[in-house]
Design a protein around this ligand. Structure first.
Ligand code: ZN
Length: 443
C-alpha cells in the first residue's frame, strides 16, 4: 500500500526546496521553444535525475487538426547600431529574440526596425516574452526605456536561426503502480528563460518523479514534459487509445512564487482530482483560489477538450497572467524561492496521498454507536492536541461508513482535514470497528 509520508520525509523541507530550486536554476538559461535543441538540452538535464523516455516526432506529422511544425534552432542574434555596438544581444538574454523568428541579416532603418520591436511601455525596464510559432515573422524584444532612446540611424540586425524539417521532442517518465490506472502530471517545457513559468513546474515534477520512483503506489504515474499546446496535442494524438487510463491529472506551472495557491478545476468540475485538490488547498492554511474550468490556460485545455474530457486540473501559485512578472524578464531566478517550491510540492504530495488512500469502509457495528470508551478509543487520543478533531472524526467516520461514503466524502462533510480522518479511520480499523468495503473508489 502506498505510503504518502515517504514522499515528503526522505529529505528535510529546506533540502527539497533547494533541490527543486537548483534544477530550475540549471535549466533556466537554456533557450527553449516548442521544438529544437533547447528542449532536448532541458530533457537531458531531467534525464540525469529520472530515466526519461524521449520521443522525437517528425515535422509534418498530422496530430488531430494540427501538424508538427518545422524545428527551430538559434545560434546568435543581435542589433548593432551604426558604430557597430551591440545594443541588443541574444547572448545576454534569450528573451531578446521572438521565438521562432526566421533568419535575417540586413541593414535596416529605425522606422522599419520599429515594426519588429516589442516592448512593454507600462513596464519600461522589462523585456517581454514573445513568440510567433505559426506565422512566419522575426522580431526582437527589449526594454521600452532603451527603445525610446534609439537614434534615427541605420542598424544591422542578425538572427542566426534555422527553421528546418526536424522533430518535436517530448519526454515521459512512467512509474508503474499496482494498477494500470494512471495519474498524469504534466508541465510545459517550451518557454525560454522564465523561471516561474515554467522552470519551477518542470523542476518540481522531476523531483516528484524521483520520490515516487521509490514508492509503492496504487496508481501508475505518468510524468509528461512537453511543449505547450502542440506537445500535449501530439501526445494525445499518439496515445489516444490509452488516454482512458488517466483517472486523475494535474498540469503544473508557476509553482515557485509565493502567491495563491490557485487550482483550476477540470472540465468535469467534480472529478476526484478537483475534490482532492480543493480539499488539500482549503486545509493548507493558505488563501487558495479555486476556479471553475475555462477553456483558456495551459495544457488542461487539450486534456479537457470534449473528445477527451479527462479529469485534469491546473495547479499554480499565482494565476497565470495575473502578476506583473508574467511573461517578462522579471520572471527570473530572484522571483522564485525554495520555500515556495517546497510548499507547492507539499500540496501536490498531499493531494496525491489523498487520492491514493481514499478508501470506502463499512462500520462493523452499525446498530447504535459502538461503545468507544470500553475500547480505550477516547483515551487513545485523549492526550493528543487534536483530540477534539479526532473524536469528531471517529463519530463522523462511524456514522458515514455505510459502504457508500469514502474517507474524502467524510472529511468534506465533517469539515476535517483528510489526514485526521484517515489516521482516525486506521485506528478504528485496528479495533475492528471498520472493514474495507471496496477497493479504492473508482473515479
Ligand atoms: Zn507562459
Amino acid at each position: 500500500m502506498y505510503a504518502g509520508k515517504s514522499l515528503s520525509c526522505q529529505l528535510a523541507a529546506e533540502d527539497i526546496g533547494q533541490e527543486i530550486f537548483a534544477l530550475a536554476a540549471k535549466i533556466y538559461p537554456i533557450c527553449r521553444s516548442i521544438t529544437g535543441n533547447g528542449v532536448r538540452d532541458t530533457l537531458r538535464e531531467l534525464d540525469a535525475h529520472i530515466g526519461l523516455d524521449i520521443h522525437e516526432v517528425p515535422t509534418g506529422t498530422p496530430v488531430f487538426d494540427w501538424t508538427v511544425p518545422r524545428e527551430w534552432n538559434i545560434r546568435d542574434a543581435y542589433i548593432k547600431d551604426s558604430r557597430g555596438q551591440k545594443i541588443v544581444d541574444f547572448a545576454s538574454s534569450n528573451l531578446h529574440v521572438m521565438s521562432y523568428s526566421v533568419p535575417v541579416r540586413r541593414q535596416i532603418s529605425l522606422d522599419e526596425l520599429k515594426g519588429h520591436l516589442h516592448t512593454l511601455p507600462d513596464q519600461p525596464d522589462l523585456i517581454p516574452y514573445r513568440t510567433s510559432y505559426y506565422a512566419e515573422n522575426w522580431g526582437f524584444c527589449m526594454a521600452h526605456r532603451q527603445f525610446e532612446n534609439l537614434r534615427d540611424e541605420t542598424y544591422e540586425v542578425l538572427i542566426d536561426s534555422k527553421l528546418t524539417d526536424g522533430h518535436l521532442t517530448y519526454g515521459e517518465y512512467l512509474h508503474r503502480g499496482e494498477t494500470e490506472d494512471e495519474i498524469l502530471v504534466s508541465a510545459h517545457i517550451c518557454h525560454p528563460s522564465l523561471a516561474n513559468d515554467n522552470c519551477s513546474g518542470v523542476a518540481l515534477l522531476t523531483h516528484l518523479a524521483k520520490r515516487i520512483a521509490g514508492a509503492q503506489t496504487r496508481y501508475s504515474y505518468r510524468f509528461l514534459f512537453a511543449p505547450g499546446t502542440i506537445g500535449a496535442i501530439t501526445w494525445l494524438a499518439r496515445n489516444e487509445q490509452n488516454a482512458n487510463r488517466i483517472k486523475h491529472g494535474l498540469v503544473v506551472s508557476m509553482v515557485g512564487d509565493g502567491g495563491g495557491p490557485t487550482y483550476k478545476k477540470s472540465r468535469r468540475g467534480d472529478a476526484a482530482i478537483d475534490r482532492a485538490m480543493t480539499h488539500s488547498l482549503r486545509h493548507s492554511g493558505l488563501m487558495p483560489t479555486i476556479l471553475e474550468f475555462s477553456p483558456y490556460g495551459y495544457d488542461e485545455r487539450q486534456y479537457c477538450s470534449p473528445g477527451f474530457n479527462l479529469p485534469v486540473g491546473l495547479f499554480q501559485r499565482s494565476k497565470f497572467g495575473a502578476i506583473p512578472e508574467y511573461h517578462t524578464s522579471a520572471d527570473n531566478l530572484d522571483f522564485i524561492r525554495p520555500d515556495h517550491l517546497y510548499r507547492s510540492y507539499q500540496l501536490i504530495v498531499e493531494t496525491i496521498d489523498l487520492i491514493e488512500s481514499d478508501v470506502v469502509y463499512r462500520n462493523t457495528i452499525p446498530k447504535c454507536e459502538p461503545q468507544l470508551g470500553k475500547r480505550g478509543l477516547y483515551a487513545a487520543i485523549g492526550g493528543d492536541k487534536h483530540a477534539a478533531a479526532a473524536n469528531m472524526a471517529m463519530l463522523w467516520i462511524l456514522n458515514l461508513s455505510d459502504g457508500s461514503h469514502s474517507l474524502l466524502d467524510i472529511a468534506e462533510r465533517a469539515e476535517l482535514p483528510f489526514a485526521t480522518v484517515r489516521s482516525t479511520a486506521e485506528l478504528l480499523r485496528k479495533h475492528g470497528l471498520l472493514e474495507p468495503c471496496s477497493d479504492l473508489r473508482d473515479p
